[in-house]
Write a protein that binds this ligand. Structure first.
Ligand SMILES: NC(=O)c1ccc[n+]([C@@H]2O[C@H](COP(=O)([O-])OP(=O)(O)OC[C@H]3O[C@@H](n4cnc5c(N)ncnc54)[C@H](OP(=O)(O)O)[C@@H]3O)[C@@H](O)[C@H]2O)c1
Length: 208
């Protein structure tokens, strides 16, 4: 087992990880781009630094590392890339939604580019998962019904099953597959209304 510490908001660190992924003497067969964080930041805020950080870690890093892994895996004729997006990418909840929409769209595009190479791309769209995510972002999570929370282990097993099947879009649990179907087909005005309700329910940052 090898550990490779890196700050994925630092481009030199990202380049080191990319070089490691392309090192043919120590092949990596599965890349999971999981690093990310919640962003409860108004789009009208004059300081765009939090948005830049989100683009850097959750878009640019995903692009650079997926590209590096894909080149090496394509040469070997096999490999798996998993990018962690979110159901939030189907909503209109500020920069976080925009970033996750990009991750989903980018991953689908990459899967098209890699068709027939033996390399698969799976984009994972989780719903709410019990991790440190909400607390770290100062997001109030107490308004989320208990029935909507997923345990990380449950999410990971379902996602890995989808990766094994070569699924491009993985939405673990029937609950969230139904919700995603509704979001896909509902009028955009309804999706914006739901997004506004969820955003306002998070307004008071507390430790929950
Ligand atoms: N939890 C949810 O409800 C939920 C729902 C949908 C999607 N997601 C997505 O799931 C992914 C994982 O989040 P999580 O729920 O597991 O949240 P988490 O418990 O807060 O974990 C976030 C992970 O990202 C890493 N990370 C953040 N910034 C980094 C950086 N600059 N360099 C290297 N690593 C960095 C953290 O590393 P350190 O611990 O070292 O800081 C940590 O391992 C994210 O992409 C998130 O957007 C989460």
């Amino acid at each position: 087992m090898e550990t490779f510490p890196a700050d994925l908001s630092n481009r030199d660190d990202v380049d080191r990880v990319a070089a490691r992924l392309e090192d043919e003497s120590r092949p990596v067969d599965l890349l999971v781009n999981n690093a990310g964080f919640g962003m409860h930041v108004p789009l009208t805020q004059s300081d765009v630094a939090p948005h830049d950080l989100g683009f850097e870690v959750m878009c640019r890093t995903v692009l650079v590392l997926s590209g590096a892994a894909a080149r090496a895996m394509r040469t070997r004729g096999h490999g798996r890339i998993v990018n962690v997006s979110s159901i939030a990418g189907m909503l209109a909840m500020g920069t976080y939604s925009s970033i996750k929409a990009w991750v989903t769209s980018y991953s689908e595009g990459l899967s098209v580019e890699l068709q027939g190479t033996g390399v698969t791309v799976t984009v994972l769209l989780p719903g709410w998962v019990r991790t440190e995510f909400h607390q770290r972002a100062g997001i109030r999570a107490s308004s989320i019904p208990n029935s909507l929370w997923l345990q990380p282990e449950q999410l990971v097993s379902a996602a890995l099953r989808d990766v094994d099947r070569g699924k491009v879009i993985s939405i673990p649990t029937i609950r969230y597959q139904v919700l995603a179907g509704l979001l896909r087909h509902a009028p955009k005005s309804a999706v914006r209304a739901v997004s506004g309700k969820i955003s306002s329910s998070r307004k008071t940052p507390v430790n929950s």
